[in-house]
Design a protein around this ligand. Sequence first.
Ligand SMILES: Nc1ncnc2c1ncn2[C@@H]1O[C@H](COP(=O)(O)OP(=O)(O)OP(=O)(O)O)[C@@H](O)[C@H]1O
Length: 242
Amino acid sequence: MVYNRTGKGEEVLHLDRVSKIYTMGEVQVEALKHVSVDFYESELVVLLGSSGSGKSTLLNIIGGLDVPSEGQLYFRGKEMTAATEDNLTVYRRESIGFVFQFYNLISSLTALENVQLVTEISSNPMSAEEALRLVNLSERMHHFPAQLSGGEQQRVAIARAVAKRPELLLCDEPTGALDYETGKLVLEVIRKVNEELGTTTLVITHNVSIAAMADRVIRMRSGEITEIESNKKKLSPSELSW
Ligand SMILES: Nc1ncnc2c1ncn2[C@@H]1O[C@H](COP(=O)(O)OP(=O)(O)OP(=O)(O)O)[C@@H](O)[C@H]1O
């Protein structure tokens, strides 16, 4: 097995000179400029960068929600940028868990039913109950989203994302809508999923303090990666402050 410098596992993702240009009428926005980077099994990576630096574009391309204008994305050695629509759908459905700033739960379904929507269509899921246990919400599984706090709703969203046992958990500002204490609880759940399931986890944040819980920290500016740094010592979310 080849180990990278974080001491984690094999390469899961390889991006080779990925660019993204959005065209809006006469205007072209270069959201990503020749980004090359690898991600490894079971590492937790925090992506930092100011607004508009390309973080969400990068995450959406990695998750198969968007396609690059140029360059290649490889998942476990397979070129996803050459994949058929059907193969991309399978990739999104089986290999990717997404968590967004706003939880996107279905309000007429309970926490358990929201998670079951995913477990019903996945090939190797854990049970919805098990996923909710993982995020410490066993006691609340029959509650509707409106009966849950923001942090609890986000934990349901995390349970929904990880119940399929994805290889990649992609989190776009997962604590962006939460207060300090609740945000830390959600980060604690992300750390737990990363450690207990070994899911390669990417977390986008504006909050520099959160970088201390990562194996690696990637900084972006104007569509480019400006720095990749390994943390010698990782902090647990409970040790973070901002
Ligand atoms: N669908 C789109 N159409 C046109 N331009 C877009 C689109 N999505 C993103 N952009 C532009 O691409 C650039 C990168 O946006 P992106 O959302 O990736 O940045 P970000 O770092 O995630 O920002 P934020 O932290 O504000 O979410 C920005 O200039 C943005 O306006």
